[in-house]
Ligand binder design. Sequence first.
Ligand code: CA
Length: 220
Amino acid sequence: MRLLLVEDDAMIGSAVASGLRQEAYSVDWARDGQAALLALDAAPYDLVMLDLGLPRKSGMEVLQQLRAAGHAMPVLIVTARDAVAERIRGLDAGADDYLVKPFDLDELAARIRALLRRAAGRAQPLIEIGALCIDPAQHEVRLEGREVKLSAREFALLMALAEHPGQPLSRAQLEDRVYGWEQEVESNAIEVHIHALRRKLGAHWVKNVRGVGYMVPRTA
Ligand code: CA
């Protein structure tokens, strides 16, 4: 899952970015409103975390422009404690949830999981496909009840595929979802991780769709 963090405060931004990377998200950090809009044009994001007080373009303008441009991903706004009117305006302008500064990183991570779950059309916290069960909160994968140990990258790839079973994603789409701006992606990195996933789960769980990419089947 690839997230866009829009935050001009260096301390908050680096704490949030590193906290979310530990949760196996790929995080790009834009430090002003203009940079956020450029980023949104350049890459697909699963969620935007948007501070409202920003230089060069306010968070509210970013929110309005991204919705006007047709972006449908969840947006979590971040506001000051006393800014009730701003929060209401943000929710009415297309934001999905809000957090008040200062916030707890664990609460942020839980809200992000909830928003991503809803965006994927799921109400259940676990992703269950036949005998495969993924717990996004604990980063646990079980197959027929037995835990399967995955690296952070393998887990991120499996999440990207399992959120939409039956829909193949190309290598480029997977790279976009699993890697951020600053990460060098070796040309065969996705194949290497896919290979590891197939070895650990069984090849039928990560199907190679010839000429298209990879997918997790709806049932296996
Ligand atoms: Ca700010």
